[in-house]
Design a protein around this ligand. Structure first.
Ligand code: FAD
Ligand code: DLZ
Ligand code: SF4
Length: 511
């Protein structure tokens, strides 16, 4: 009898056309899917993220069975669960007399290494749900002095033909971001993401997660995510109809009373494999062609997906496993307890952390310019910040989280992703949000007891790293402004920053 092969499907590989499935044979092979303590606990994932993945995994396993596959599915509370992906593969290999595993490339180097170490013959296939393979990205990157996203994005526009007209970009420009940096005002008609009531399968998972992961940072309920393809597609169509037309305008804005604005809130579905990125972009383009969404919105949205998302993944695989240990700025301050929900007087941080706790979601500018910016300015340990981002968001896997955190937000990779640090004072947050209105600090105050900490830390950060950044042409003017400042103001700024940081260091860390 021909021995079956094991087809491994990880929690973020819930796609019927996955390369590992395409290489298998339903008449011979066994699909292995496993809820395991190892994956649920290598960082303290948000309970909503665990519930989302387990419910979606259970539903995908049922879909595969209906399509004729034999599926060996392990529940977290199953009596023989080995607790890890390799443990489950070995157990299933013994059960089914299998000696070979077919897998699709995992999104984290750590799991790739584990698969390569298995005492079973293991074939790891390219993940062709992405438009640019690691090999193709390496070829694009080869010989370039700088790996700027914009150039990569243009290559992807040409490759896909999205928003292209006779080889030229639609409307004559590649990028309409200049039109996309507006603050937002409250709008009760903004639809927000589509919400779903848990069905019986999801409710069973919610009970399990409530029981096993009660100590984690993050609210499990209300749980409103879609957990299958049909739901994710409904969420997609809802965004295309209601969110996309205003996407560009409010892309960088933040409002206390509107956690989602016009953002898609689709990243958790895309990253788990419930939505196809190219199909999503084609549908967005169709909205533009039908006159239902403007070019600045559609171009901006498509750029996020075929540009940023693919570029970030390319960087992750190009840089290799050592990337997560990057610390170019030598930052070493422990993560303050307010990242895990302890009280803080900084209204912007409090709002973003509270939203993160409730929704396992924050949009890009909240991640980059509030929690990320604070971590950069205060010199927080990149490894701790990386673990936080990987834990708390429902869309977080290392391939996408690490270059965003270490490269874009923290400049810890020394400028691979960002040509200069995304450092900003309180003025940026004040311009783009309504957070400052409810803050104990005064965003206009540059020194003194009520000075916004971002104003103090901004200069402290720039001064700490003057040697590195003052020769950057895009930053030289900032240093000239500092040098022109009155001596007593400079001293008060740095003294204020030192006092703030020493209070931060004195506060007891807690999790
Ligand atoms: P929208 O704003 O509506 O954008 C549409 C889509 O574009 C997103 O669904 C996403 O798939 C893609 N996209 C946009 N920006 C990026 C980007 N910079 N990198 C990759 N894809 C992008 N995104 C994740 O998917 N997982 C993460 O773990 C993650 N960690 C981040 C950490 C930091 C510090 C920062 C600054 C950004 C991070 N991002 C991450 C990128 C971005 O914040 C999220 O993709 C976005 O907020 C998801 O929400 P949305 O679906 O509403 O996105
Ligand atoms: C994130 C996650 C969690 C919480 N749990 C599981 C799990 O129990 N089983 C599984 O196969 N995958 C899980 N995942 C997703 C994996 O961690 C993910 O596949 C890797 O991090 C690679 O992206
Ligand atoms: Fe944040 Fe400063 Fe504004 Fe307060 S004043 S919300 S700390 S930017």
């Amino acid at each position: 009898m021909v021995k079956p092969q094991l087809i491994l499907i990880l929690g973020d590989q819930l796609t019927p056309g996955l390369s590992a499935l395409a290489a298998g044979d339903p008449a011979r092979d066994v699909v292995v899917m496993a809820e395991v303590a190892g994956e649920a606990s290598y960082v303290p994932h948000h309970p909503k993220k665990i519930a989302f993945l387990f419910a979606a995994m259970r539903k995908f396993a049922a879909e595969l069975r209906e399509a004729g596959w034999r599926v060996a599915y392990s529940r977290l509370d199953g009596p023989d669960n080995a607790g890890s992906i390799p443990g489950e593969l070995l157990r299933r290999a013994g059960e089914h007399g299998a000696a070979e595993v077919i897998a699709t490339q995992p999104g984290e180097h750590r799991l790739h290494a584990v698969l390569e170490d298995l005492p079973l013959k293991t074939l790891i296939l390219n993940d062709d749900r992405f438009l640019c393979s690691p090999g193709a990205f390496a070829a694009w990157a080869k010989g370039r002095k700088e790996l700027r996203m914009e150039w990569f994005y243009r290559a992807m526009r040409r490759q896909t033909g999205l928003l292209m007209e006779d080889g030229k970009p639609e409307g004559g420009k590649w990028n309409y971001d200049a039109e996309n940096r507006k603050p937002a005002s409250a709008n009760l008609l903004r639809a927000g993401p589509l919400r779903f009531d848990p069905d019986a399968v999801t409710q069973e998972v919610l009970d399990l997660v409530a029981d096993r992961f009660a100590d984690r940072f993050g609210r499990l309920e209300p749980f409103w995510f879609a957990t299958d393809r049909a739901g994710a597609e409904a969420a997609r169509d809802h965004f295309l109809a209601h969110g996309l037309p205003g996407f560009g305008d409010t892309q960088d804005a933040m409002l206390t009373g509107d956690r989602f604005l016009n953002h898609a809130v689709l990243s958790m579905y895309l990253n788990a494999g419930l939505l196809d990125p190219l199909d999503l972009c084609r549908r967005a383009e169709a909205e533009y062609r039908a006159g239902r969404a403007p070019l600045n919105a559609v171009e901006g949205f498509i750029r996020q997906i075929i540009g940023w998302r693919e570029y970030i993944r390319g960087i992750y695989f190009l840089q290799g496993p050592g990337y997560t240990a990057s610390n170019a700025l030598g930052a070493d301050r422990p993560l303050p307890a307010f990242y895990w929900g302890a009280p803080t007087d900084m209204a912007c941080i409090a709002a973003v952390v509270e939203q993160t706790r409730d929704e396992a979601y924050a949009h890009h500018i909240q991640r980059l310019m509030v929690t990320g910016n604070f971590a950069l300015l205060a010199g927080l340990d990149p490894a701790a910040v990386h673990e936080w981002y990987l834990s708390v968001y429902a869309d977080a896997y290392e391939w996408v989280e690490a270059p965003n955190t270490l490269g874009m937000a923290l400049y810890a990779d020394g400028g691979v992703v960002a040509s200069k640090p995304y450092a900003a004072s309180g003025a940026y947050i004040d311009r783009m949000s309504d957070y400052c209105r409810g803050c104990a600090y005064d965003v206009k105050a540059k020194t003194g007891d009520r000075a916004c900490p971002f104003n103090l830390l901004y200069w402290d950060f720039l001064l700490r790293h003057r040697q590195r950044f003052q020769s950057n042409p895009r930053m030289a003017v900032i240093y000239r402004n500092w040098d022109r400042m009155a001596e007593d103001r400079r001293r008060a700024t740095l003294d204020g920053a030192a006092a703030f940081l020493s209070r931060l260091d004195g506060a007891r860390p807690q999790k």
